[in-house]
Design a protein around this ligand. Sequence first.
Ligand code: ADP
Ligand code: MG
Length: 562
Amino acid sequence: MTAEGDSGLLRDTTRVTGHEALVQNIEAAMSLANAVRSTLGPFGLDKMLVDDEGRILVTNDGVTIIDTARVEHPAAKMIISACTIQDEVARDGTTSTILLASELLVNAWEMILQGIHPAQIAAGYRLASEAAVQALPDIAREMNGDNELLEATMTSLAGKGQSSSRTHLAKIAVKAAQSITVVSKTGPPMATGDGTLKDEAEETGMSGGSESGIRADPTLVKVISNRGGVTTDSHLVRGLVLAKSCIHPDMVDWLEGGKILLIDGGLERRAPSLDATLKITSPGMLNAFRDKDRDILRQQVDAVIALAPNLVVVRDGVDDEARQWLADAGITAYRRVESPDLDLLARATGATMIHRPESADAQALGTFASSREELWYETTHWIMEGSAESGATLVICGTTEEVMAEAERCFDDALGVACQLLEEPYLLPGGGATHIALARRIRRYAESIPGREQLAAEGFADALEVIPRTLAENSGIDPIDALLQLVAKQTTHGDWIGLDAASKSPEDMDEKAIREPLRITRQVIRGATDSAISLLRIDDVLWARQEPTSPDESSTKIDSDK
Ligand code: ADP
Ligand code: MG
């Protein structure tokens, strides 16, 4: 059904319409899912990614894989964007999001072949996903103590990296998360269902009440890598650490508290602007210009000195003369501190960044608790502890860049999970238990939906089972048998029966300590449903100029499944 656009406006586009458009989009989603399927769960395998310069990246992280793979197809890009949001919001559950979105689309296609309209499927999926979100608190239970926090963090790292470093990284992630928690007055806004649905879960009354009033913002933790040592030497430092030393030998590099000034700019002579022409007519003129520039710089530095900070941190450069003047005034300074770090410093010290020292007042100053320098593996590091949201820095040690990069990704996931749990301390069973429990509930709920949307809700329930099925496959057991056993045991032993990858059998996930944050699963369901629905609504794709191909040419063709 591919047709060249016939109007003048669409001359340079290739147009794919109707079912053809949908088939292509679903195929793109499937090939994306196939690319990450084998990484799910504790026995998931790693992927080796090679870029065009031959650099190698070995990872188990869904979002890293699809970020690195060059994906052209717009439909795949839409799912990737849902997955990236998942990564930003929850830091975990990215592979699950892709798998669920793709499975929803595959099931939708089967329904379309039976004559159900995509809009009806979308409506049914929406109902089912809201029902699922509402039912989550019913399955969940409150987290109990630090040990469960650590265990959930460990679960999120299952299958990533080596087990010795995993435990270590999980422990410091929990410590980091705890060190940045603050009790907020209003509490974080907690996403809840829009309440349009009445079902059994609502009666638990928990869906709106699970926030803790605690804020743990993972962006307060900075990660730096330090070549030397092994991953288990990685450690957490209170405050912000930068591989820098102060800019003048006379400056004091050990301060016990004081005031700090942050300059979003430099203390430099102005660079001559490019289109200016200087016409030198007398011998002293060039010197006069230089003197003028020096005066301006002097005024700037004087303005800084007048504010009386103990510490000055500058985003750009500091000229030699200015360094000397600052050192003479007893001020310690650091330069070329990148914007994100300056931001962290501002948050840690309560300082406001200034652009021009001449127009700043003392209110812009922040306070810090300590500032010192230490030599680690032959590099000087500046360690600054603020007074406000002090933050923390994880120093990742490792022998190679690759090992450190994977350790950083593990730590990011673990930190995200720990922060989520501190903010919303509710746990769900892992090992696919939650998905099976939800599927059981949604099948029951579907009976109450009139019309064809009912079939779509059932299709949604089937799609949820992709998680336990894939976990079974990756553990090397038959997915159909595993699913049957799980469902059977859940009906007698309750929602917390899931697949234990180690024993390859249905077990109580609470006993096996395989638990996950409620918030992550909720985000997976929402993100996957949203991207599947938006793809279902598309029946017209206009390609500019040439038609890119699916991300993976060997992708499963939908027709061959039939
Ligand atoms: P994602 O990117 O979606 O987080 P992961 O590769 O981290 O993907 O896998 C997470 C899945 O693995 C979750 O569904 C979790 O319940 C499951 N899982 C983790 N540990 C175990 C275990 N020991 N046994 C069974 N399933 C597990
Ligand atoms: Mg994970």
